[in-house]
Design a protein around this ligand. Structure first.
Ligand code: KG4
Ligand code: ZN
Length: 340
């Protein structure tokens, strides 16, 4: 992939989902996740290299996610990347997995800086100003649960399968979104923050009131929940866009990333926000919105093009806010170009 020329091509993108191994526990079990990484990684790398028709000698660099996230899996992935980099003599790029989500739209749609990013996954709910590689300003975040987590907890409460987002969306299709009066947390506030725990509690109380719940109740609860989330996202993104314009000017696009961006009702409301602001909406295809290797490789390619490589003793990080990423700002020559 060549970010400096704007041309990019995914040669292979092998994703091995562990969902099946965690489903019966209703959520991700850290120890299972780490062990599954150890068992699967060699095979996944071999498969990806074969599909791409590349060898460790023919590549320019090795990029790996170095956080934030469940540390067991991150350690396994980063250590493996270090070994490959060391043996093949290629530079290592330790990628922040949130940065990879943030830059994916440049791989798929060549979006120019600055743009507004709505990152909505199982662990994150953020509105960000993406000003350049390594230059991320958080405009809003959740003060409690992440948006995907709210979908997952709702699904669990209603006896639906894990991961809950797609299940809740499916049930919501046939339900009545007006039947239950659920709150719209944070709506109307000038900041761009989110809150989902009150919504989850309100849903639980409504379900308890009518227990035992029927299939129709489940559909109506899902529809009412999704409607509340959609309205909250609309309101919070409007606030986020206002803050963006005040601080960073007009964004080139509204970009969505993370598993929740796969939700059709949420996509529709994102389209509306983009339309209201006269900018385009960019949502990378589902398989590139959820966690995948191609997005890490792309972030690595973007960083490599700016000379941003990392030492082999780079420590994996369970917590790694986007604002703490080292960017070209630390390189005087590139600062004016990025800040222009
Ligand atoms: O980005 P992702 O694949 O993994 C991380 O969390 O990093 O996001 C997974 C999250 C889960 O919480 C899942 O329930 C949610 O995205 N999700 C959805 C949908 N598809 C996935 N939420 C709502 N509607 C969907 N269609
Ligand atoms: Zn992710």
């Amino acid at each position: 992939m060549r970010p400096e020329t704007g041309r990019s091509k995914i040669l292979s993108n092998v994703v091995l989902s562990q969902v099946g191994e965690h489903a019966r526990f209703g959520g991700v079990v850290p120890e299972i996740a780490a062990r599954a990484h150890v068992e699967a990684l060699d095979y996944v790398i071999a498969k990806a290299m074969a599909a791409a028709k590349q060898t460790f000698n023919s590549i320019d660099a090795v990029a790996a996610a170095a956080g934030p996230g469940l540390i067991g899996g991150v350690i396994v992935g980063l250590t493996t990347a270090k070994a490959i980099a060391l043996v093949s003599g290629k530079p290592l790029i330790a990628v922040n997995h949130l940065e990879a989500h943030a830059l994916t739209a440049r791989l798929t749609d060549d979006v120019q800086f600055p743009y507004c990013l709505f990152l909505a996954s199982g662990g994150h709910t953020q509105i960000l100003a993406v000003r350049g590689v390594g230059q991320y300003v958080r405009l809003g975040t959740t003060v409690d649960d992440a948006i995907g987590e709210a979908f997952d907890k709702t699904a669990k409460l209603l006896g639906l399968a894990y991961p809950g987002g797609p299940e809740v969306e499916r049930e919501a299709c046939g339900g009545n979104p007006g039947r239950f009066a659920l709150p719209r947390p944070m709506a109307g506030r000038p900041d761009a923050n989110f809150s989902f725990s009150g919504l989850k509690t309100a849903l639980r109380l409504e379900a308890e009131k009518i227990a035992p719940i029927t299939d129709e109740d489940v559909r109506d609860l899902c529809a009412s929940f999704q409607q509340a989330v959609v309205e909250v996202v609309h309101d919070r993104l409007r606030a986020g866009m206002k803050v963006f314009r005040m601080r960073h000017g007009t964004p080139t696009a509204l970009v969505a990333a993370g598993g929740v961006a796969a939700n059709e009702a949420i996509r529709k409301v994102l389209q509306r926000v983009a339309f209201e602001h006269g900018i385009k909406l960019v949502v990378p295809p589902g398989e590139l919105c959820t966690d995948n290797g191609a997005m890490i490789a792309w972030a690595g390619a973007e960083r490599l093009a700016l000379g941003l490589t990392d030492p082999l003793d780079f420590a994996p990080r369970a917590r790694w806010p986007l604002e703490e990423i080292a960017g070209p700002k630390t390189q005087p020559g590139l600062m004016s170009q990025q800040d222009a």
